[in-house]
Design a binder for this molecule. Structure first.
Ligand code: PGA
Length: 255
């Protein structure tokens, strides 16, 4: 596991975007695993900037998002489909047929979850999966107690996630109670994980993720089992770590 501590959110976002753009340069048909939430927004902004400067080409890129609320229309401002279009897809040259999100309006949700998994596999699996982390240690909507081997399925949002996400809705009663999410097993199948966290309210979850024991009660701790994971955080999110970590990948320092 590589832990990179950046001075602030802007530096963190630039670093994450540079990792993604290097990957797309190496493999133009990269399969990205994307996340919503406030944390990856800066990374998307940086990637849009690189695209506008002609430094990155998304025309062959395929993407799969981690999750989607159940029962919000794709046009709803808080649906993750809407979020991704507004904040990323509408500003780059990704082909609409090449980005996928779980279908929160599917008539047969269990079947649509199986199809989502099959679709990821049919595209050769995810090359880079971007992850945020909940203040309770969730990844995607895999809330504490989620099976560490879980696949894409419906999950009930925990009370703390409903509270955290209520800032995006007019009131807490409007926050959907269910979401479709890639499972922890699905996430672990990705070839590289990049976990991003910014701010002091993530410090405890980050300390547990990096330095705590692996437990289903802090789903993000499962990244310790993955052979290739980069955790990119700012100094505030790093404030409860006991170990010493770098601000650049070790390979760069060796050059
Ligand atoms: P945030 O959400 O990026 O808005 O903090 C992260 C998450 O809940 O996974």
């Amino acid at each position: 596991m590589e832990v990179i501590i950046k001075e602030n959110y802007e530096e963190l976002s630039k670093f994450a975007a540079s990792m993604i753009s290097e990957q797309i340069e190496k493999k133009p048909d990269t399969v990205l695993g994307l996340a919503t939430g406030s944390t990856p927004l800066g990374t998307y902004r940086e990637l849009i900037k690189l695209y506008k400067e002609n430094k990155i080409d998304f025309s062959k890129v395929v993407s799969f998002n981690l999750d989607e609320y159940v029962n919000l229309l794709p046009e709803h401002e808080q649906s993750y489909q809407y979020f991704m279009k507004e904040n990323f897809f509408n500003h780059i040259n990704i082909i609409p047929e090449n980005y996928f999100l779980p279908d929160g309006m599917a008539k047969n949700i269990p079947q649509s979850c199986v199809e989502y998994e099959n679709n990821i596999e049919a595209h050769g699996g995810i090359d880079i999966q971007i992850l945020g982390i909940g203040s309770n240690g969730h990844i995607a909507f895999n809330e504490p107690g989620s099976s560490l081997g879980s696949r894409t399925r419906v999950k009930t949002l925990s009370k703390s996630t409903i509270e955290d996400n209520s800032r995006f809705f007019e009131n807490i009663d409007e926050v959907p109670r269910y979401a479709i999410t890639m499972g922890i097993g699905t996430i672990l199948d990705s070839r590289l994980l990049i976990l991003l966290a910014s701010g002091e309210n993530k410090a405890e979850a980050i300390a547990k993720t990096i330095e705590g024991p692996i437990t289903a009660m802090v789903p993000a701790t499962v990244v310790q089992l993955h052979p290739k994971v980069t955790i990119v955080i700012d100094t505030e999110a790093a404030s409860k770590l006991k170990g010493k970590y770098l601000s650049e990948p070790a390979k760069l320092l060796l050059n």
